[in-house]
Ligand binder design. Structure first.
Ligand SMILES: CC(C)(COP(=O)(O)OP(=O)(O)OC[C@H]1O[C@@H](n2cnc3c(N)ncnc32)[C@H](O)[C@@H]1OP(=O)(O)O)[C@@H](O)C(=O)NCCC(=O)NCCS
Length: 148
């Protein structure tokens, strides 16, 4: 696989993502929501780039000693190459550097791939939120971050 760089997301990145958000990244939020996320306080967004092409992105929100993962998505034709894991590991590293003690997220109960990805990097399933996504349940997952 060609080298993947993980960088902080910029407004220029957003313009690139906007054009292919629905076609290449699943039906994943809208460009306007993503922009308000990127500009919002306590939000940290990163991109995965391969030869200047954005092949994935992810973001989290800081809340005192906790961090909540807001999203993580990889371009459809670039999946299963370890990019999702790289993005997740970078968010964990940034959360640790920020002094967070735990990192949590909600994932659709039916999203077996994402649940597996999170488990692989040490998240544990600690609860269920009924009908969180319209008719579908969310699984709450947490990873405790060891303090240095
Ligand atoms: C979830 C997602 C980000 C994973 O990205 P990815 O780059 O394909 O993931 P990776 O290649 O790093 O795979 C990491 C692990 O996820 C699991 N996984 C990934 N694709 C899988 C598949 N098709 N089937 C089963 N498990 C899979 C595996 O456990 C894999 O580890 P392994 O390769 O060592 O077995 C990607 O599938 C995606 O963008 N999905 C749509 C958006 C989404 O659902 N986001 C999560 C919202 S909470």
């Amino acid at each position: 696989m060609e080298k993947i760089e993980i960088l902080d997301m910029t407004l220029d990145d957003l313009a690139q993502i906007e054009n292919c958000l629905i076609s290449d990244f699943d039906d994943f939020w809208s460009a306007s929501i993503l922009k308000s996320e990127l500009m919002g306080p306590n939000k940290v967004y990163i991109v995965a780039k391969q030869n200047e092409e954005i092949v994935g992105f992810a973001g989290f929100m800081r809340n005192l000693l906790e961090v909540e993962i807001m999203n993580i998505v990889v371009k459809k034709n670039c999946r299963r190459k370890g990019i999702g894991k790289l993005l997740l590991q970078k968010m964990i590293e940034k959360a640790k550097n920020d002094g967070a003690q735990e990192i949590f997220l909600e994932v659709n109960e039916n999203n077996k791939i994402a649940r597996q990805l999170y488990q692989n990097v040490g998240f544990a399933e600690v609860g269920k939120r009924k009908n969180y996504y319209k008719q579908e349940n969310a699984i709450l997952m947490v990873k405790k971050l060891l303090l240095a």
